[in-house]
Design a protein around this ligand. Structure first.
Ligand code: NDP
Ligand code: MG
Length: 386
């Protein structure tokens, strides 16, 4: 671990966070040592030719074969599979950015920490499913985890210079997604196109769907509990439609310190990489005059059941958040494949969490079992209802 080492390994380089991380790397002259992607070999090839990494790992076998052929005229090593993904995360570097989507990101996060690599973590599913293991690995190896999720970056920034002070609560802001104000009946007729049209952020399809169900806020609540050692009751979710206040911390004396800025992920990505320095960025500047009004409202947890279910899962603890996450990943994937309507995501997640038992014994083995059981239950239920 060397903070002066300006080299990056980027897991999930072809995604929304991955490509923006490369924009930051390009702007500030960071060396990109390795990249990983799943299926998008075309973009992976383009990125490899521009950044000349030592290694590119493709987790999908066909994409791996295609990329290997395409990069045959270079010295770039092309690897394949989950083990290679973990091996890539363990390449010595200044920071591993974990921007893969889904709980497949857990083992590479652990591999990076165990190799003493600092981790810039966008992959929230890692903390939801294996939060205890990740925190233990970071502590045992003496390495930092820098949050990239905009809310958690805002909380991290609001905590700066206040390490001796007790947190009263965390104010976790939520945009509310495209269906804010809808009731259960209205959610029954929304389309995939509407769900994938986020009002403020341009992100991958899975997190955009999670933002529309408010599961994203549920996952982030769990992420905040894990990262900042607060109780779930200390996290207050506040719907803030403009996405300008990215979250805040209230201290014991009643002072509230928050971070504001335009909704642009390059700001938290860059801070994770350059911390403790703040460097110039190409992001738009915030004009409070242009924004005019900031509004704050309560989330409707009776309609958006995923948020309430996430609260129950973190209260249960153990593998309960893994069951929640596995059910959600399976349900979102069924929705994106056009197999179930939008409103069924929440129903399937709640049914799975009510049905499957959890254990308080959290190991990689029990996590994998809980995840597999949740996916199987949810796929089965989704197929049954078609
Ligand atoms: P995208 O879907 O845009 O990108 C996901 C990346 O992961 C791609 O590089 C993809 O490769 C790769 N990938 C997909 N499936 C697998 C797999 N099975 N194994 C290994 N790699 C895989 O996602 P986002 O960039 O939007 O999100 C990434 C993570 O960051 C998520 O956990 C999300 O919740 C979090 N996050 C995202 C934000 C955003 O603004 N986008 C904001 C805050 C957090 P390929 O392209 O080849 O399929
Ligand atoms: Mg977020």
């Amino acid at each position: 671990m060397d903070k002066a080492d300006k080299s990056l390994v980027i897991l999930g380089s072809t995604g929304s966070i991955g490509t923006q991380t490369l924009d930051v790397a390009r702007m500030h002259g960071y060396r990109v040592k390795a990249l990983t992607a799943h299926r998008n070999y075309r973009l992976a090839e383009e990125q490899a030719r521009e950044f000349s990494p030592e290694t590119v790992c493709m987790t999908d076998e066909n994409a791996y074969r295609e990329l290997k052929t395409r990069l045959a005229d270079t010295d770039i090593k092309v690897t394949c599979g989950k083990e290679a993904l973990c091996g890539t995360a363990a390449i010595p570097c200044g920071m591993v950015i974990n921007a893969v989507v889904g709980m497949v990101g857990l083992e590479p996060t652990l591999a990076a920490l165990n190799a003493h690599n600092r981790v810039g973590l966008a992959n929230k599913e890692t903390l939801v499913t294996g939060g205890e293991l990740v925190k233990a690995a970071a502590a045992a190896n003496g390495v930092d985890i820098m949050p990239i999720d905009s809310e958690h970056s805002a909380i991290f920034q609001s905590l700066m210079g206040n390490s001796c002070n007790k947190i009263a609560k965390i104010i976790l802001t939520a945009s509310g997604g495209p269906f804010f104000g809808y009731n259960k009946e209205q959610l029954k007729s929304v389309t995939m196109e509407q769900a994938l049209h986020h009002p403020n952020w341009n992100m991958g399809r899975k997190i955009t769907t999670d933002s529309a169900t408010l599961m994203n806020k549920g996952l982030e609540l769990i992420e905040a509990v894990r990262l900042f050692d607060v109780t779930p009751e200390q996290v207050e979710v506040v719907v803030h439609r403009q996405s300008i206040l990215h979250s805040a911390v209230e201290y014991e004396d009643g002072a509230v310190i928050g971070q504001l800025g335009v909704p642009d992920m390059k700001i938290p990505i860059q801070l994770a990489i350059t911390y403790p320095e703040r460097l110039p960025s190409c992001s738009r500047r915030l004009s409070l005059f242009d924004v005019g009004t900031l509004t704050f409202e309560r989330a409707d947890e009776e309609t958006f059941v995923c948020l309430a279910e996430a609260r129950r899962a973190i209260a249960k603890g153990g593998t309960a958040p893994t069951i929640l996450n596995g059910a959600n990943e399976a349900a979102v994937s069924a929705f994106l494949d056009g197999k179930i309507p939008f409103y069924r995501i929440g129903e399937l997640v709640c049914a799975c969490c009510a049905e499957l038992p959890h254990t308080s014994d959290v190991t990689l083995g029990t996590i994998a079992e809980a995840d597999a059981a949740a996916r199987e239950f949810t796929f089965h239920e989704a197929e049954r209802q078609i």
